[in-house]
Design a protein around this ligand. Structure first.
Ligand code: HEC
Ligand code: HEC
Ligand code: HEC
Ligand code: HEC
Ligand code: HEC
Ligand code: HEC
Length: 339
């Protein structure tokens, strides 16, 4: 019996891949699925079980699939903001798409998985899950299944980039910085400008890096509100999802363990106030007061403190992604300005 069903499954697999291939081989025109029991293959995923249904409803509640930013379809934005752009980029390794993306799809199952490519369970393999060489700095990160996340949640190129003990720089754009999703850099202790100061920068990786993004953001699902394929850490209805934290922080009652997020929020606010007072940061727009006509001419160290502010503000975890690294960057940046 067992042997037969294996043979059947193989036969169906072969037949249906031949069928799928024939759809794509041009001139003959599309052939119907008559005569082939495609259902046997489809039912690996489309069946009476609830696993797929659960993941679909979780993903539907993710910021990804809501697609607030999938209108960012220009060639330099589409690689991370549209599903088509990401698929194209992973296939050819480019940092831009060949053309603007028409009819954009938000990040969905097909973006991260190979859905409907072979019509078998290998379709759940992750796209872009090989180690990622970061665009900024060129370090290669290997966070396992989280490599797919790193592909998009990485710093964009900062130009000009201040280099420790390096030359002065001129910032000519109000949007100068790492862009909005630098989480993998912070997790790995990269990109921050390690300005000298009394706080010591940690050596080696923080414990939070080992499990990658998925260990926290895809932990035990709270309905379709948080965890699992929602990628959310919290929800308005059920609050913070501490499922992943308690494995190591058994006493955790909130993400603000030992008041660490509160401390980071305060330090960040202090640095922000300094940068506003110095006339670098526009308090109402949150953008730099820099244009090509009126650039910000800064020493590397001065610019480094702007970079650190930008990196940690855009990371949005209030230091959770790498508590000791983030606190050292902030403390030494504040100290630099003599406060
Ligand atoms: C590896 C698992 C898998 C297999 C095998 C599979 N599907 Fe799907 N299918 C999916 C997923 C995942 C979606 C997307 C669900 C979503 O986005 O909400 C999907 C969506 C669909 C949809 C909805 C329209 C669309 O394209 O999103 C149809 C129709 C469909 N599948 C038909 C089939 C048929 C017919 C087969 C067999 C020839 C098949 N599927 C095989 C996983 C699978
Ligand atoms: C390397 C990938 C990548 C590229 C390229 C990229 N983005 Fe993003 N962008 C992201 C990620 C990831 C987020 C979400 C970050 C988060 O939620 O913390 C984001 C968020 C945003 C947001 C939402 C910000 C907010 O505060 O809600 C806007 C707007 C945006 N990007 C615009 C752009 C534009 C415009 C371009 C092209 C000029 C672009 N992005 C290119 C990865 C990218
Ligand atoms: C943003 C990227 C992303 C999107 C979008 C996404 N997934 Fe996933 N999915 C992952 C990652 C990463 C894992 C592996 C998690 C881990 O390592 O614990 C995974 C795991 C899975 C698994 C388990 C696979 C296995 O080999 O056991 C299934 C099934 C799955 N996803 C289905 C879906 C479906 C269905 C959708 C759309 C409704 C979807 N995923 C959307 C990233 C994504
Ligand atoms: C194709 C690029 C891409 C991939 C792959 C990707 N993301 Fe995202 N992610 C984005 C963009 C773009 C946004 C912002 C979406 C928006 O606001 O429209 C985002 C938003 C998020 C948010 C929500 C932020 C908020 O403000 O609500 C979280 C959390 C997140 N991503 C985590 C992950 C994790 C974890 C993975 C890997 C499993 C991952 N992402 C994979 C591009 C990506
Ligand atoms: C140790 C657990 C942990 C790891 C690992 C982790 N995160 Fe987070 N992440 C958090 C917490 C906690 C927050 C802050 C939630 C809050 O305070 O609202 C957060 C915030 C975020 C946000 C801002 C939006 C939001 O949901 O608040 C994004 C986007 C994000 N993380 C993406 C990632 C990505 C991508 C990775 C991997 C490169 C990653 N995270 C790794 C725990 C983690
Ligand atoms: C794999 C184990 C592990 C997991 C899971 C984990 N952490 Fe941690 N976390 C650590 C270690 C180790 C430290 C460093 C302890 C120290 O420096 O005293 C730490 C430190 C912290 C700190 C800084 C505390 C301080 O005193 O400065 C915060 C905040 C934090 N974690 C939040 C979280 C949150 C929120 C989660 C869940 C979303 C989480 N952690 C999940 C291991 C973990």
């Amino acid at each position: 019996m067992k042997k037969h069903s294996v043979i059947n499954a193989l036969a169906i697999l072969t037949l249906s891949s031949a069928m799928v291939m024939s759809l794509f081989t041009g001139c003959e025109g599309p052939q119907g699925i008559a005569g082939v029991d495609a259902n046997e293959n489809c039912t690996q995923c489309h069946n009476s079980g609830s696993d797929l249904v659960a993941k679909i409803s979780q993903a539907a509640n993710s910021t990804h699939q809501k697609g607030y930013t999938s209108f960012e379809t220009r060639t330099s934005c589409a690689p991370c903001h549209t599903s088509q752009g990401f698929i194209e980029r992973i296939a050819n390794g480019a940092q831009v798409t060949a053309a603007e993306i028409e009819n954009p799809a938000a990040v969905n199952c097909r973006t991260c998985h190979m859905i409907h490519e072979k019509y078998d369970s290998t379709d759940f393999a992750l796209r872009g899950s090989e180690p990622v060489t970061l665009w900024l700095g060129g370090t290669t990160l290997d966070l396992g299944t989280s490599n797919t996340c790193v592909q998009c949640h990485q710093s964009r190129i900062v130009s000009p980039m201040p280099v420790l003990a390096g030359a002065d720089i001129a910032i000519t754009s109000s949007r100068w910085g790492v862009h909005h999703g630098p989480q993998s850099a912070v997790l790995a202790g990269l990109v921050g400008y390690r300005i000298a100061g009394t706080a010591t920068y940690p050596t080696g990786d923080h414990a939070h890096k080992a499990g990658g993004c998925v260990s926290c953001h895809m932990s035990k699902a709270v309905g379709s509100l948080a965890g699992g394929h929602t990628f959310n850490m919290e929800s308005e209805e059920e609050g913070e999802n501490l499922a992943s934290c308690v494995a190591c922080h058994s006493e955790a009652k909130s993400f603000d363990i030992d008041g660490s997020q509160t401390e980071v929020a305060e330090l960040l606010e202090q640095l922000k106030t300094i940068l506003i007072d110095k006339g670098y940061l526009n308090a109402s727009t949150g953008l730099w007061k820099a244009t090509t006509a009126a650039p910000l001419n800064l020493t590397a160290d001065q610019a480094g403190t702007l970079l650190n502010y930008n990196l940690i503000a855009e990371d949005r975890s209030l230091g959770v992604h790498n508590p000791s690294y983030v606190k050292a960057l902030l403390k030494n940046s504040i100290e630099f300005w003599g406060i």
